[in-house]
Design a protein around this ligand. Structure first.
Ligand SMILES: *Cc1c(COP(=O)(O)O)cnc(C)c1O
Length: 361
């Protein structure tokens, strides 16, 4: 074996999530966020599937991610949220950069002229994220300046909520108000779309839908914001490679953080923090074996993790272990792992999805 765990990506569930989002959004266009290798799900396969389902716009963080998608055959428009490189690859691959400053817009305009083409772009406005985007007092003037630059075709205006889970509705409303003011004040090209709705807004703030939705997390089936169910796309599975009988009072793994309180049957599972199973999950999360929840015991190692299988009848070496996903009646979700390890499901998905062998089902 190369690594001991595998990631299963259920593309059908991805389609179901997209359809659910489209329906919520009254059929508005969906800008599918596929940055960080589609949150660890495989950007190429995910984008191909979504493009078959009618998605015309994708969002990534960096130019390299967009080029990979182009080279694997994605012809749809690709928005680049963060990259600040000014490179001939932008027109060559027909990419759509997001303009986060007047300076960058001017450089893109020069690049367009030099390449004898027009470059499509969207403008990002900072309404309270404090990260990227236009935020000067002369905001409206700056947007007008960008609109007048030769060689640039502004196709959209975007902003981003700072409260990714929208726990503070007042701040989110203020961001939305500031964003809408731009729409109501400036004369923008007819085809220019306004978009701000991330996953949280998609499930709980319909006022933010505007012209297009821009979800990431819920596309992958994780709704960390409301009770509405989506369809988890990623599962992570492995097998018991060794079963050991340990006497009561035996310590397990580095640092002896777990000591058996009875004669125990402990299983060794070949997945560790090198495979993106966060070490912070040691002694905190559960896996599934033979349809039962079993606790991880002792520190998670680089390549191995131990589970207490004493209560699992008939367990054998080679039995399937589910780290994330469903087995029988039980399910372990990314949100559950995140809560137990004091992080967010985004980190759980990108960590587990990064290294492990991926299969598409
Ligand atoms: C990551 C990202 C999103 C998607 O956020 P989710 O919370 O996953 O829906 C949307 N817009 C921008 C600019 C992002 O960086």
């Amino acid at each position: 074996m190369i690594r001991g765990a595998r990631v299963e990506i259920n593309l059908k569930n991805l389609s179901l999530n997209l359809r659910k989002i489209k329906k919520k959004g009254g059929n508005r266009p969906v800008i599918a966020v596929v940055k960080a290798d589609a949150y660890g799900h495989g950007a190429t396969e995910v984008s191909k599937r979504l493009s078959k389902e009618g998605v015309h716009l994708f969002g990534v963080a960096f130019i390299g991610e967009a080029i990979n998608l182009r080279e694997s055959g994605i012809k749809e428009e690709i928005l680049i949220f963060f990259d600040q490189d000014v490179t001939p690859e932008i027109p060559r691959y027909k990419l759509t950069p997001v303009v986060n400053s007047l300076r960058y817009a001017r450089e893109l305009s020069r690049l367009a002229k030099a390449s004898g083409t027009r470059i499509s772009c969207h403008i990002n406005v900072d309404t309270g994220m404090g990260r990227m985007g236009l935020n000067s007092r002369g905001l409206f003037k700056d947007i007008e300046r960008i609109l007048s630059l030769e060689g640039l075709e502004v196709r959209g205006i975007m902003s981003h909520f700072s409260d990714a889970d929208l726990k503070d509705p007042d701040f989110a409303s203020e961001q939305l108000r500031a964003f809408k003011e731009i729409k109501d004040t400036l004369k923008l090209p007819d085809k220019c779309i306004f978009h701000m709705a991330n996953s949280a807004a998609t499930v709980k703030l319909p006022e933010a839908y505007l012209d297009a939705l821009r979800p990431g997390l819920i596309l992958y089936g994780i709704n960390a914001f409301t009770n509405e169910r989506f369809y988890p796309v990623m599962s992570v599975k492995s097998r018991v490679i060794s079963l050991r009988r340990l006497k009561k009072g035996t310590s397990v793994s580095y640092g002896r953080t777990f000591i058996t309180t009875r004669d125990s049957l402990v299983g060794v599972v070949p997945i560790g923090y090198a495979d993106g199973l966060l070490r912070a999950a040691s002694n905190k999360v559960e896996f599934l074996v033979r349809g039962k929840r079993v606790p991880v015991v002792g520190r998670i190692c680089m390549d191995l993790t131990m589970v207490d299988l004493t209560d699992v009848k008939g367990v054998k070496e080679g039995d399937e272990v589910v780290i994330l996903g469903r087995q029988g009646q039980q399910e372990i979700g990314a949100q559950e792992i995140a809560e137990r390890t004091n992080t967010i499901p985004y980190e759980v998905l990108t960590s587990l999805g990064r290294l492990n062998k991926r299969v598409f089902v």
